[in-house]
Every structure is written in C-alpha cells, then in structure tokens.
Write a protein that binds this ligand. Structure first.
Ligand code: ADP
Ligand code: MG
Length: 789
C-alpha cells in the first residue's frame, strides 16, 4: 500500500525505518496481478523466466498410502480397473513420443493411471520432481482414449483446465508444451482482447487440450460461461499449488476455496491436486474438498540426503530497541550483528551459487551491499523491486553471472538451478513448509550442499509481528460488517453491490489479506454473498493520433466513447456506467471497445480503482443480534488463524532447537520418514553435535505504567486497545500508517513485552476513557483519522 506521508520524524531522519521493516509477503510469489486477473485490461509485456535444465532425481522413497486420511464416502466408482495396462501403455507411449522421456519417475505412472481411470487424485512430490506430467499426459491422452473406445466423436474430448497461481510459471509451461506440439494456452491479464477471443474460439472447436488460468479467474462470470460451452466439457481439472486451498496451509488463498465449488458447478469429470508441501492436516483438507480417496494419494518424502542442514545461534543486539537507535545514529544496519562475520566466513569457506533468505525487503538490499563490500558477487531480490530488475537478476543468477542472491520469499518459485550450493536463512522462515521449499532449491544436481540457519533472539519476534498484524480488532470487524450489510440494505436477494477493498482496508483498519478472507468466508461459509466479476471504477486514456478517426466510427460503442470522454489536461476521462446508461448500451460492450482501441493504438488506456462486486444470496443480517451472530463466528475464525500462524512459527523453531535429527523432523512434519529405514541423516547440526541448538532467549520486560503512558501520549486513539498494543509492539496496520504512528518513537517501544498483556493494559485505559467496552462505530474510526491527519 502506498504510504501517503513523508517520513518527517526527527529521530529516524534520513532512514526510512518504515520501509526497512516492511515485511515481504512475497506479493509476487503469487502474482500481484490477482485483481487485474479478473478484469483484464492492460497488456503489460511479461517475459517468462528462463526455464532451467533439470537433473533432479534423488530417488526419494514413495508411498501411496496416507495413514491419517479418513476414507471419504464417494460417488465415484471405486471398482474401476485402475491398473489398466492399456492406459499405462498409452501413457508411456505419449511420454516418449511427446516428451522424449524414457520412463516415469516417482509415482507419476500410478497417479496418471488413477486419473485416466476417472478418479480424483492428490500428488505430493517435491519441487522439480515432475508433477506437471501427471496432468499433461492425461490431457493429451483423452482424445486417443476416446477414439480407441469409440465413445466420443472427434473434437468432443473436452479440455484440461489447470488452476495455477503464478502467471510467469503458467507461461513457461505453455511455451514448453507448445514447443512439443501440444495445444495449450493460458488466459491471463496480460492477454489482449483478440488473443483471448482466439483462445475461446479454439476451446469451442475442441482444439485446445490444456488451458491454464489463475484461481481469481473463477470469479469472472464471462470466463465461466465460456467454459460451459466446451464440447466434451472439462475432462480434468488440475489444481497446482493445491496447499493454497487449505485454510491450514502455509499460504492459504481464499480464491482457492472456490475451486471446489467450480468443479461442482462445471461438472468437471475428475480432479488432480498437486503440491510440494502438504502436512497430513493440509492433505486431509484437500482430500475432503475434492473427495479424494486414500489410495489415490501419491506422496514422496522430502528427504534429500545430499543436503547438510545446519543451524547456529548468533548474538545480535536486536533484542532491544537501542539497536534501532544505533542503527540510525551510525547508519550501519549491521552494527552488533554477528551474523555478518559468520556469513562472510561461511560463504568464503563454501563458495558457489547461494541464496540468502531474509524476511524484510530492505534487509535484502542491505545484505547484498554488505556482501559486495566484502568482494562477493551479490544482488538483492524482493517484491518491491522493478520487474525488469528482478528479471535481470534472476537471469544472471541462472547463468551464474551473479553468485549470491539475497532474497525475500518472493524469490524461488520456478527457479531450477541445479548447482545451488548454499541456502542461508538469515531470518527464520514463516513455516516449516517454507523452509522445506527454500532448502529444497539447493543441490538439485545431487552434490553435497549446505543449508545454514542463523537463529537470533529476535527470530520469533519478527514472526509474531507478521502473525499478529493480520488479526483486526473486534470493533473494526463489526464496523466492517455493518458497512457491508448496509451496502445491500436497499437490495433484494439477487441484487448486486460494489465495494472497494482498498478503501475498506484503510477505513476499517484491516489488512488486505484478512479482508479477502472475510469476504470469502461470507461467500463460502455463510452463503450470504457471492463474488462476481469485479470492475474498474475509473477509465481514462491518452489519445493517439488515430483517436480522432473515431469521429467516423460507425459502431454505437465507438460513438458512445467519442461523445462521453471528457478531456482534462493530458487525459480523457470516461464514466463508463454513465455512458452505458445514456446510450442504452451494455457496460461490457463499451469496456470491450475501449480495450480494443487500446490494443490497436488508438489510445493508451489506464484503469484504476478495482471495485469488487457481490451478488446477494440471502437476506443480509440487519439487527444487532443478527450481525453479532456473524461477527462472533467470523472473529473466532480470525483468531484461530492468528493462533495457527504463531503455531507455525513455533514449529520451525522446534525443528531447529529440538532433540532430533533435522532431516527426520522435517520428514515427520510431512507425515513421512527418511529413506531405507534410516532414522538419522548423520550430517545435520544435531547429528554432528548430539546436542540441540541453543535458542537465545529474548528478554521480556514487565509493563510499567510509565511506558504505557508514553504510548498514550503519542495518540488520542482510545477506541481500540489492540490498535494501541500494535503501536507499542511494533506492528503496522492501515490505521497505524495513516496516523504516522509507525514513524513515532513509541512505535515498537514495548516490543519486549508480551503482546496479549499489552492488549489487556490498553483495554483498561480504553474502558476508562470511553466509559464503555470500547465499541467502535464506523463514524468514530473515520473521525479519528480525520482529526489527526
Ligand atoms: P514440479 O511441478 O514437480 O516442480 P515439473 O513438472 O515442472 O516439476 O517437472 C520438472 C522437470 O522434470 C521438467 O523439466 C519435466 O519435463 C521433467 N520431468 C518430469 N517427469 C520426467 C520424467 N519421467 N523423466 C524425465 N524428466 C521428467
Ligand atoms: Mg510445478
């Protein structure tokens, strides 16, 4: 979110502390384009990352049973002949004819047979193991099977839809498939209108075998309608990165929940879910959502014998606020941080391509600078960088022109460099799953590689800041619900209302990601509203010379645009809704025409302000009692999520500081074992020392009345104790930023306190000063903001 204010704080002058501490949520790990995905208008060019060569086969053990999964009742036939040798023969022929590979790896063959037999399947293989073939082979096998069985006419073999979260990865796959002569494409926000139309046309003719799309696309009504018209229907739906579907997964995406509904509504014949990281709980969630039986779960152990997992406690001065003050005074961000020396030494002793993972964007840059100062060939990578810069760094790293990349979580998906020798965890990863994926990028060539985890006293603090920031205060959630339900007040069931998540996030002090979870919950769990295709609120354009020719444009849409666009300074502005109303044309047709003109260099279109649209499915809650019923459930749900996020951070800490071989603890996290009956890897820090890694404790201080008073002096907010606790603890939220409290010296002043204890302290104050339980209405949030800015 852009910060509207200058950093004018004297204490932190010269250094943008706020930016320094912006965590990287890996926004472009899962495309920043989510929303553009839905409305598709611009056409930025995005060059796909270079696919690297693979030489990864570690012969991990394979199981196809999942002990913790309950057997689901199923409407699917279970008596299907799954070992159908004809299916296998066909799959093997296609593997060699189309892909040029000799044999299947891991449990590819087993999974493919299940899919061809019409069963829903879950595939859990580590990254690079070859999950994509599990749906690509069936996708091209369907027409052949249909022909052999004589059950379907040619051109009626349907299509395979692949739901995948990252546009760049989809494009890589599509390119690779097209090169092999397989009819594949993807629908995404970077496609021009004409291109999309061509894809729809070939779908309708039954010519396309595989179509990729992002999960957000499933909210697009136009897209869903097109899919209903495909001759032969959806033969297979592949859900890539399927752990995103699980609310207990490490990167839950609410839009993924809609995939299951989509399967039902479009009557997809069968489903395959694919992921590299599924704990037993997540796998159970996926199986439940898609009715997958335990014999259709194929999983391989994440164990990689060539990875040497190390961890080391390191002293820093992050455990007290003086670090930050020192940081500003000296301008030296790594003062008193022993990790620097340790890392320099480590990298000198073990040269080779390396990744250093950090939590915060600015830290990626600081580290790269520090490494360069020491003569290393290093570069940063994070979601806040320009696309071209990221592209260049990635390419140079792949080509070994850059040796070390200091990166946030944003770097890694789709990186397939065989000879990465070191993975350093400067900061603690969010979850064991994330750690597993990150270290899994090392040593794909099978040669020994090292993973070093630096454990500092503030490691957990950082994670707590991330986790706690996502839970809004109860009052804010109530104010939001009132707002949402008021939007629909004048409407009957079936009516549509629009809201801007962006402004609601600011107005009700709820971060964008929990906000989208709240909407998804109202949609999927409460069945109150349903997301439909969002719209852009604003259209404006710069006219090119050709624009004037529109004067002679005969189409009603062209005329409507020409007569309704108003020039203000450099740009023409057009109110599409008004133009539609005035001319009686459909809004969509005008938008389509604008896109067309943009694509054909009549004008340069700019769109902004995504408005999310919801259709009302049930009478919305109105009375206090009705609203509170929803509120109670939703808030309990959000609190459970916060707890789960904290738990995940404990799990990674336990893995590193536990009395167990790291590799074994890692495998067990995923419900697996090491290979060949081994119980220890023999070369992790625990195996080598026989002792657990010491965790340096973070000193906790008692809360004093004076320290609480300091925070209260900094702001007159008294309606939200959690908000005050956030400021004291050092957690940003939209309202904290708006009031510039993240720049104030009280921000993080009580970071060494227990967060829950702080909430209790501020609750006392808020009760006294408002004389009530601190209930917050929409207008009081607003008033506060206006007063103070
Ligand atoms: P994942 O999705 O599991 O990370 P991919 O599906 O992208 O992995 O596959 C990784 C690479 O392995 C691809 O280049 C793919 O072509 C190759 N591959 C997959 N299966 C086989 C196989 N049976 N034999 C040889 N190469 C394979
Ligand atoms: Mg993949």
């Amino acid at each position: 979110m852009p910060d509207e204010f200058d950093s004018g704080d004297e204490l932190f002058d010269g250094i943008d502390l706020a930016k320094l501490e912006d965590p990287d949520y890996g926004d472009d790990l899962f495309d920043g384009l989510d929303e553009a995905e839905l409305v598709k208008l611009e056409s930025p060019t995005q060059t796909p990352a270079q696919p690297g060569k693979r030489s990864y086969d570690n012969g991990a053990i394979v199981v196809n049973a999942f002990p913790s999964l309950k057997r689901q009742k199923s409407s699917q036939p279970t008596s299907l002949e799954v070992n159908n040798t004809e299916h296998l023969a066909l799959a093997e022929r296609l593997l060699s004819e189309k892909f040029g590979y000799k044999s299947f790896r891991h449990e590819q063959a087993g999974a493919i047979q299940r899919i061809l037999a019409g069963q829903n399947t879950l595939v859990v293989f580590p990254t690079g193991a070859g999950k994509s073939l599990c749906y690509q082979i069936p996708a091209i096998a369907f027409p052949e099977l249909d022909k052999a069985e004589g059950l379907r006419a040619s051109g009626k073999s349907g299509v395979t839809i692949v739901v995948s979260p990252l546009i760049a990865l989809m494009k890589d796959q599509v390119d690779a498939l097209q090169k092999r002569g397989i009819a594949a494409d993807c629908i995404d926000s970077t496609k021009k209108y004409e291109q999309t139309q061509l894809i729809y046309a070939s779908l309708q003719k039954g010519q396309l075998r595989i179509l990729y799309c992002a999960p957000e696309r499933l909210d697009n009504e136009g897209f869903v309608e097109r899919l209903k018209e495909i001759p032969g229907g959806i033969r297979l739906l592949a859900v890539d990165e399927a752990h995103c579907i699980s609310e207990w997964g490490h990167s839950f995406r609410p839009d993924y929940l809609k995939v299951a509904r989509f399967v039902d509504e479009l009557k997809a014949e069968r489903v395959v879910c694919l992921t590299a990281t599924a704990t037993p709980k997540v796998a159970a969630d996926i199986c439940k959502a898609f009715n997958i039986q335990k014999e259709c779960v194929f999983q391989t152990s994440p164990y990689r014998p060539n990875l040497h997992l190390h961890a080391q406690p390191v002293e820093t001065r992050y455990d007290d606020i003086s670090h930050f003050i020192e940081l500003v005074r000296t301008g030296d961000p790594h003062i008193n941080d022993k990790r620097f020396e340790e890392m320099f030494r480590f990298l000198r002793n073990h040269p080779g391509p390396s990744l250093v993972y950090v939590a915060v964007q600015a830290q990626a840059e600081h580290l790269a600078d520090a490494l360069r100062d020491q003569g290393f060939n290093a570069a940063p990578f994070h979601a806040g960088m320009k696309t071209e810069d990221k592209q260049t760094i990635q390419e140079k790293f792949m080509a070994s022109e850059i040796e070390i990349v200091c990166a946030t979580i944003a770097f890694g998906m789709g990186i397939d460099k065989p000879n990465i020798r070191n993975i350093i965890h400067w900061d603690m990863s969010n979850t064991v799953e994330e750690y597993s994926q990150q270290i899994g990028r090392a040593g794909r060539d099978g040669l020994p590689s090292r993973c070093m985890f630096y454990l500092t006293a503030d490691a957990f603090y950082m994670r707590e800041v991330f986790a706690r920031g996502d839970l809004p205060s109860r009052q804010c959630l109530r104010a939001l619900l009132e707002d949402i339900f008021k939007q629909g007040a004048g409407l009957s069931v079936g009516g549509v209302f629009k809201v801007s998540h962006y402004s609601q996030s600011g107005e009700f002090d709820i971060r964008p990601s929990p906000l989208s979870i709240i909407y998804a919950t109202l949609d999927l769990h409460f069945g109150l509203i349903r997301a439909i295709t969002p719209e852009y609120a604003k259209y404006q354009f710069e006219a090119y010379a050709k624009y004037l020719a529109l004067k002679h444009d005969k189409t009603p849409e062209g005329k409507a645009i020409f007569s309704h666009a108003v020039k203000k300074a450099k740009y023409y502005h057009i109110d599409v809704n008004k133009a539609a109303q005035a001319t009686g044309l459909a809004r969509n047709d005008i938008v389509r025409k604008l896109n067309h003109l943009g694509d054909n260099a009549y004008l340069k279109l700019q769109t902004s302000g995504i408005e999310h649209r919801y259709r009302i499915l049930k009478k919305l809650p109105k009375t206090d009692k009705e609203i509170d019923a929803v509120l109670d459930k939703l808030y309990a749900d959000l609190k459970a999520r916060e707890k789960e996020a904290l738990l995940r951070a404990y799990q990674i800490m336990d893995l590193i500081t536990g009395r167990k071989c790291f590799a074994r603890a890692l495998a067990e996290h995923f419900g697996m074992n090491l290979r060949d009956g081994k119980s220890e890897c023999g070369h992790c820090t625990f195996c080598l020392t026989g002792k657990p890694v010491r965790h340096l404790p973070r000193p906790r201080r008692e809360t004093t009345a004076a320290s609480i008073q300091e925070v209260l002096k900094a702001t007159n907010v008294r309606d939200d104790p959690r908000f005050l606790a956030r400021v004291a603890f050092g957690i940003k939220s939209p309202r904290v930023t708006k009031l510039r409290l993240d720049k104030h010296r009280v921000f993080r002043s009580l970071a060494d306190h227990d967060f829950e204890a702080l909430v209790l302290e501020f609750e006392k104050v808020c009760r006294v000063s408002t004389g009530n339980s601190g209930s917050l209405s929409r207008s009081s949030v607003k008033a506060e903001v206006i007063d103070l800015t």
